[in-house]
Ligand binder design. Sequence first.
Ligand code: SF4
Length: 282
Amino acid sequence: MPKLPPDFIFSQASLQDFLTCPRRFYLRYLRRLAWPSAAGGESFEWEQHLSLAQDFHRLAQQKALGISDETLEPLVQKRSTELFEWWTHLCHYWQNAARDVLLGRRYAELTLTASLTNARLLAKYDLLVAHPDGRWSIIDWKTNRRRPAASELQNLVQSRLYPYLLVRAGTSLTGGQAIEPENVTMLYWFTHDPTFPEIIPYSREQYQADEDFLLRLIEEILGRQEADFVLTTDERHCAYCPYRTYCDRPFLPLSELNPEENAELLELSLPPDWEQIGEIEY
Ligand code: SF4
């Protein structure tokens, strides 16, 4: 059994890392190697994108907490043209969706955790909305330069873990009242395609399937020996991976990759502290 830290909590980032490349999971969470900068000229672009994405998430959080646009907008304008464009899209969506998607009690940057078998799971939500009629919306802001296909989004660990944990651990928000899976919807909103968010409904069948999936995945990780955390056979994932120098993987010029895929690879390379803040215990 691998030696994960005793306080280790599985998140969508760590589980997705394992599915993308078991070696990356090993280097990041078992060896706990520091997050190195990706070597090569592409690292600047990567860091710029990451920094803007983090700024955007902070802005969306501040907006959800009720800080006025008049206060936020001058700061955004100073930061960058791209961020200002994302911000404008967000404000437009906020205004138009307010009567439905955003109507209700809002929880920005909230974290829920729960136990599953002998592991703990964590989800950090960009925005949760508890609607007056008992429905819940999980809203996730995506800054991908390419909108992933619906099937890609549905297959993300995030699309399974987030609704699952809301149903499992959300009673800490409702005073003990159960949240029915049928009342939960996951919504991905895209800075680069702001008019058409991806909406994924949830169900009791899916909740049970997700529990089985998460159980199997965690068992598989905990059952591996160190040597079993093999390198991915899909070397496209190595192009942006900051651990490339540890793996003796050849440098793959970005020009050899499909540019459409670059943003997705960037997203998959987000550092682990991307979703780490305080939590609500279940
Ligand atoms: S460089 Fe490639 S093989 Fe190595 S950890 Fe990263 S994705 Fe995995």
